[in-house]
Write a protein that binds this ligand. Structure first.
Ligand code: GTP
Ligand code: MG
Length: 524
């Protein structure tokens, strides 16, 4: 964690904030504000992984008596926690207090015989529960509470946003409704742990770790599950030191490069998931990509999974984003809103292509927070007073950013000349010669800029003529998320003048208010 701190652009302020945060703060992982001390990223990761290893996933009959179910499982040892969820059937996630309970449960579990079909035996931690006598149980049914694993519908979201009190309130509503829940986070770590069991058949000391938005605190319910196969514990020189003149080495196969090694490993694991992995469907091995990966759906959890290997840098990026997100929940609220805004206008897509990625957008928000005046991720108290202004300023900042000549440098928190001609250049903070948004086309970038300008204008109008609550008209963030702005269709009915004129007026008004009020100017 310490070297990472040095990467933050304003060590004095940020490091001090982080130290304060470590002592007492809200919980950035789940978004809840409490007074428990915040854990280090690696501690949190290890704790969650260990928790997942004591956990099982059970496909249950739709009608089940919860009390009896728990009593049955408790024969194998005390249960720490459990929850149910629905995804093409009823599922239970059950965390035992001890790992031995899982083995005990596996010992009384049988491999099904499926008549003419044959089952490939595999003793995993993903079970199917059947009722011996369903009549007995149904007479004592109480309704089972299911935890929700998906984000709210657009309709519900608009309703919630429209009855909020301010744009600030809207940002927090969006965060609350979309952020990963405790249960969803547990399910993500459990899924990684189940995949780890498969990979461990080849590499006994491996770890499968989640990264990306599942752990960087910017994940939305429904986002994909990025995981990487960590073989460092095997490959490292962890053997005990010996003295004397002899040195023992393992016999290994050598391949021409790390990339080839990664491809070979992923190829085998992908094949194994495809042939034997319970609940893994649609397995694709995308081994010639810049970052080779195995993509598959984990049916029971409903997650779209991307498994990579040899991808430690991505875990570091996740940690960096986690630390930025931990500075104040409003950083996350801003990132969530910008991500939702981009999704609503098809600036981002779940299909790979020339669009801006959520990762790039998050980096842009962080850069903006570093560059605005007063500078960067400021003190927590100051951020609080600014939350409402930030969204508007974010759009103004990038609506006027010189993308044609400047690159975004998160490492140093400054703009710099573009080293190459990609339309959007965001330097990879860990591998500085790379551009994380190399895929983005000029037209996608232009769409982003146009939308940012339009959205800044809408937020600028905020407060001037907000519709009365009874009119049911979208306002603030709700208006920004209406997917109608492309092709010059107005974002809201409020707009009457042509876009170019409105934007010119907006810029003029920012210039004049800038003279009176330094908060309204941005950091250029
Ligand atoms: P979602 O859209 O919610 O999945 O966001 P995400 O942050 O998980 O993005 P994604 O699934 O596309 O990528 C997962 C992680 O891979 C990111 O968080 C980054 O750490 C890393 N990553 C993605 N794209 C790039 C890239 O172009 N360069 C580098 N260095 N890392 C990347
Ligand atoms: Mg992801």
């Amino acid at each position: 964690q310490r070297p990472l701190r040095r990467l933050l652009s304003c060590p004095g302020t940020v490091a001090a904030d982080l130290r304060r945060e470590e002592q007492s703060s809200g919980n950035a992982e789940t978004g809840s504000e409490d007074r428990t001390p915040k854990k280090r990223f690696s501690e949190l990761q290890n704790e969650r992984r260990e928790q997942a290893q004591r956990t099982v996933l059970i496909h249950c009959p739709n009608k089940i008596n919860e009390k009896k179910f728990l009593k049955f499982l408790s024969q194998h040892g005390p249960i720490n926690t459990h929850f149910f969820y629905e995804s093409f059937g009823l599922y239970a996630v059950v965390e035992f207090c001890q790992k031995e309970s899982v083995t005990s449960l596996q010992n009384i579990t049988r491999t099904p015989s499926l008549g003419p079909e044959a089952a490939i035996p595999f003793k995993s931690r993903y079970f199917n529960l059947k009722l011996r006598n369903s009549v007995n149980q149904t007479s004592e049914l109480s309704s089972i509470q299911c935890s929700n694993q998906s984000s709210p519908s657009s309709k519900k979201l608009y309703q919630l946003l429209c009855c909020a009190e301010s744009v600030d309130d809207q940002l927090n509503t969006l965060l609350r409704e979309f952020q990963l829940t405790e249960e969803n986070t547990r399910l993500r770590y459990l899924t990684c742990s189940l995949i780890e069991d498969v990979a461990a058949a080849y590499f006994p000391d491996c770890a499968v770790r989640p990264f990306g938005s599942s752990v960087n605190s910017f994940g939305k319910l429904g986002c994909d599950l990025d995981m990487f196969l960590d073989l460092d514990e095997i490959g490292k020189f962890t053997a005990q030191k010996t003295s004397g003149n002899f040195l023992m080495e393992f016999q290994v196969k050598n391949v021409p490069s790390e990339r080839v090694a990664t491809q070979k490993i992923l190829s085998v694991i992908g094949e194994c998931l495809d042939q034997f992995g319970p609940g893994c469907v649609g397995v694709q091995r995308i081994l010639n990509a810049r970052c080779p990966l195995v993509r598959f759906s984990h049916q029971a959890s409903g997650f779209q999974c991307d498994l990579t290997a040899n991808n430690r840098i991505a875990l570091k990026s996740s940690e960096l984003l986690y630390m930025y997100g931990a500075l104040d929940s409003r950083v996350r609220a801003l990132v969530f809103s910008v991500r939702c805004w981009a999704r609503a206008h098809s600036l981002t897509s779940s299909i790979p292509g020339a669009w801006i990625t959520n990762f790039s957008l998050t980096m842009m928000v962080i850069f903006f927070l570093q560059r605005r005046s007063p500078p960067i991720l400021p003190t927590l108290d100051y951020l609080k007073t600014l939350a409402e202004l930030l969204l508007k300023e974010f759009f103004e900042y990038f609506g006027n950013f010189a993308f044609n000549k400047n690159s975004i440098n998160i490492r140093q928190g400054r703009e710099q000349n573009k080293p190459e001609s990609s339309p959007l250049h965001i330097q990879n903070p860990f591998e500085t010669s790379l551009n994380i948004s190399k895929n983005v086309s000029q037209s996608q970038l232009q769409k982003f800029v146009d939308l940012a300008r339009e959205s800044a204008w809408i937020l600028h109008q905020e407060g001037k003529d907000r519709p009365s609550p009874s009119s049911n008209q979208p306002w603030g963030l709700a208006a920004l998320l209406l997917p109608s702005v492309t092709n010059n269709v107005p974002l809201s009915k409020k707009k009457k003048k042509p876009a170019s004129e409105r934007i010119k007026n907006l810029l003029d008004s920012i210039k004049s208010s800038g003279a009176e009020n330094s908060i309204a100017t941005n950091g250029r």
